[in-house]
Design a protein around this ligand. Sequence first.
Ligand SMILES: *[C@@H]1O[C@H](CO)[C@@H](O)[C@H](O)[C@H]1NC(C)=O
Ligand SMILES: *[C@@H]1O[C@H](CO)[C@@H](O)[C@H](O)[C@H]1NC(C)=O
Ligand SMILES: *[C@@H]1O[C@H](CO)[C@@H](O)[C@H](O)[C@H]1NC(C)=O
Length: 414
Amino acid sequence: MLEQYYIWCLAVVTIWLQVHVVSARDLRIVTEPKTPQSCTALKATSGDETKNIQNALDSCTRGKAVELSSGTFYSGPLTIPSGVSLLVGSGATLKALPDPTLYDLASKTCGTQDQYGVGCKAFITMHGATGSGIYGKGTIDGQGGEEMTGKNEAWWKMPANTNAKVNVRNAPRLIQINDSIDIILYQITLKNSPLYHIATSETYGLTVWGITIDTPSSAPNTDGVDPMGSQNVTIAHCSISTGDDNVAIKAITAPSRHISVLNNHFGTGHGMSIGSEITYGASDITVSGLTLDGTTNGLRIKSNTFRGGLVTGVTYSDVCMRSVKNPILLNMEYGSNIVGNLTPEFRNITFTNVKVLTSGTFTFDGLSDSKPIEATMKDVHIKKGSKWISKHAKISGTWAEDATGRVCGTTGNE
Ligand SMILES: *[C@@H]1O[C@H](CO)[C@@H](O)[C@H](O)[C@H]1NC(C)=O
Ligand SMILES: *[C@@H]1O[C@H](CO)[C@@H](O)[C@H](O)[C@H]1NC(C)=O
Ligand SMILES: *[C@@H]1O[C@H](CO)[C@@H](O)[C@H](O)[C@H]1NC(C)=O
């Protein structure tokens, strides 16, 4: 009896700890995903494979995956139905055909620049899906650097519209996941997206585990993983090198909260970002075990009075950086010419066990002393010769210019 009582007490304490101590993260218990069984295995032919793959996806049993088993598959846009997954095997590559007409959303702007940049659908879409995913050790290649069909330019290099005041590229995102539940991306390699690699909107339960993103640093707007208005998100054991934010958490249409970014490695890119669109608020975010090697920014929260909102309950721990220009950049004046009346607030931001092995600029750029940036530092070690800029910011705790060592480990610790 007594033993049962102790076990019961232990269970209560454990649950209490999970609720109260780790609430700044994905509330689900997330473990390494398992690849589903295949409903069919396809081999590549040399033609346009869109119809074959889409038909296989549409007729696949829920809980199973359409396997691309070997060869190079060329395809236009695909939709992954609810409950079904796509599995790209280790010998297979899925390439996005670079023909803008295939992705055009009826305005004939895909493949051109205009003021809006919303003229193309994504290469792979999930919409209203539950339990779908993308798996496998193969590659999905967006071919952003290839010449577009019927044009002399690549997606990344399309010419500016001389009539428009603002030029935004209309190019497909690689993977767009909207209004979905329990989505998994596992092991897959993504490269050369024409625009963002993975973007979600109002998706609850997203696990991105052990994937690789490998795109040149010169490729514009090629964000790695962008959870937007999404909750219960885990991004773990990934390696991300790209040409824009490695990860960017945004809140344009709904709040983003309960997000864990665990044990990842970032190569080139614009860093671990929150913002700039945070109108609905971003909170309860843990970034732990992160190495940044050669990103332009490290830990960044960016917004402005046009896209502002509340960012709170963010903890960064066990982070190691090398060759990062702006290791910490908290900025409320991002894109200084964009102004409105949505004042950003950054509160309860904690940095614990952060090592920065090369000198850089640390910026805390708030907007007013009535609502300063509030951050806490514990065990923060930076390189001698670094620059520290603090405006309308309340920084508690201490940091020291005593970082030593030349290389980071793979997951944040030396
Ligand atoms: C997040 O996960 C927790 C634990 O599984 C669950 O109770 C909660 O409803 C989830 N939140 C959303 C928005 O789905
Ligand atoms: C996905 O959601 C975004 C809003 O975040 C919207 O702009 C886009 O059109 C949606 N795409 C689809 C395919 O529903
Ligand atoms: C600060 O955020 C943490 C989560 O990171 C949360 O547990 C804590 O309650 C917050 N503190 C305040 C004063 O809001």
